[in-house]
Design a protein. Structure first.
Length: 387
């Protein structure tokens, strides 16, 4: 064996060791967050045939597939880990040999296992499913097509027409959400991970997520996620909501990120601003754009809760919105039972740049189609993903 091969093998062993150590930490985190007590088993990563993970009660060993760790994002790895922990919970605490029956499902609920990973019969699927790949219902198809047409109209050079088109998109989504709630249709909640490989979430990104929380029927959760490729954890944000709302919110996120960059470039070309640089001016301008855009959204709410709303009374509308919040809270609590709240600073230091950005933000309208967003489009590394 050559020296090169020796170094390569040693590097692979180090990577495997790092992954395994992280899995031990994730195992303890799951127990802590869900208030479950289990004796830590041996945790291994190995080549598995026909499954993503295995629990051996006799050997007290929990094994995850090496292919799983190599090819899927870490949030998916954790769900498979929790699936196998549920098997351990059945044998160690719930007194059963139930493979994927009612007792196993109870264990999955106790550990907050995602629905796809808690599949009640058989082994985990050969391809881990993504909510993005599920066929859209007729209602969802109609919603997205109508939204795309409206967003195309929002490219109009006429400011009034563009603003009206954006407002109609938001009203369309609000109407869809209220009708679903009124019909008592069960929500299909999902989450997607926004992972930009950052050690901290910048103030302008925090403001984008705040806008999504306030105006686009989703909840942004700040957390961290290990990256098996880079062998470190990054700060990420999970967008939670119904499938159609998460798709729209994810689109808005990427739209705003892209427009912030292009607007900043345009601002620096203005007379007297040519070549303007510096983190303070850039941050202030970007926060100004988002502040102006937020003000614009607040001035034309998507959901009317005052007298004159068309489909429901103000009291009914408020009750339906409260129901939506409770349903989303339950979904998030099952995934993040020990969630804590944090305040994120959004201060700016350059008054002129902030004021200019705010004026530009008030003129900003959503446009383009929903089918083209950058990044975060699937589960496979390195793009990130969600369930």
């Amino acid at each position: 064996m050559t020296a090169t091969h020796t170094v390569g093998d040693e590097a692979r062993r180090e990577i495997l060791r790092a992954w395994t150590e992280r899995l031990y930490a994730e195992y303890e985190n799951v127990l802590y967050h869900f208030g479950v007590r289990l004796a830590t088993p041996v945790i291994r990563i190995d080549t598995l045939s026909g499954s993503w993970g295995q629990w051996s009660a006799a050997a007290r060993t929990l094994t995850l597939s090496r292919t799983l760790v190599e090819q899927y994002s870490w949030d998916v790895v954790i769900e498979v880990l929790k699936h196998e922990m549920a098997h351990q919970l059945v044998t160690d605490r719930l007194g059963g040999q139930d493979l994927h029956g009612p007792v196993f499902r109870q264990a999955c609920r106790m550990l907050g296992v995602a629905e796809w990973a808690a599949a009640a019969s058989g082994e985990l699927p050969s391809e881990i499913p993504s909510w993005r790949e599920k066929q859209l219902s007729d209602e969802e198809e109609r919603l997205l097509k109508r939204a795309e047409k409206l967003l195309a109209l929002a490219e109009s050079a006429n400011e009034h027409e563009a603003a009206l088109a954006m407002q109609r998109v938001r009203q369309l989504y609000a109407k869809y959400n209220l009708e679903r709630l009124d019909a008592r249709r069960e929500p299909a909640h999902v989450y997607c991970v926004i992972d930009n490989k950052q050690k901290r979430i910048a103030s302008d990104e925090s403001m984008i997520f705040s806008i999504l929380n306030e105006h686009f029927f989703v909840r942004a959760i700040y957390t961290s996620l290990y990256d098996a490729k880079d062998l470190c954890a990054y700060k990420v944000v999970e967008l939670h909501g119904t499938r159609e709302n998460v798709l729209m919110a994810e689109y808005v996120y990427h739209f705003l990120k892209t427009r912030l960059d292009s607007l900043w470039r345009d601002y620096r070309r203005r007379p007297g601003k040519t070549g303007l640089a510096g983190a303070k001016a850039r941050r202030s301008y970007r926060l100004g754009v988002l502040s102006g855009f937020r003000d614009k959204l607040a001035q034309t709410p998507a959901v009317e809760t005052t007298a004159g709303a068309e489909s429901t009374s103000p009291a009914q509308t408020k009750a339906l919105l409260a129901l939506a919040d409770r349903q989303l809270d339950e979904f998030i609590a099952a995934r993040h039972p020990r969630l804590s709240t944090r305040k994120w600073g959004s201060g700016y230091g350059d008054r002129d740049s902030f004021a200019a950005g705010k004026a530009d933000g008030r003129a900003l309208n959503l446009h383009r189609g929903l089918t083209h967003t950058g990044g975060n489009r699937g589960l496979r590394l390195p793009a990130g993903g969600g369930k």
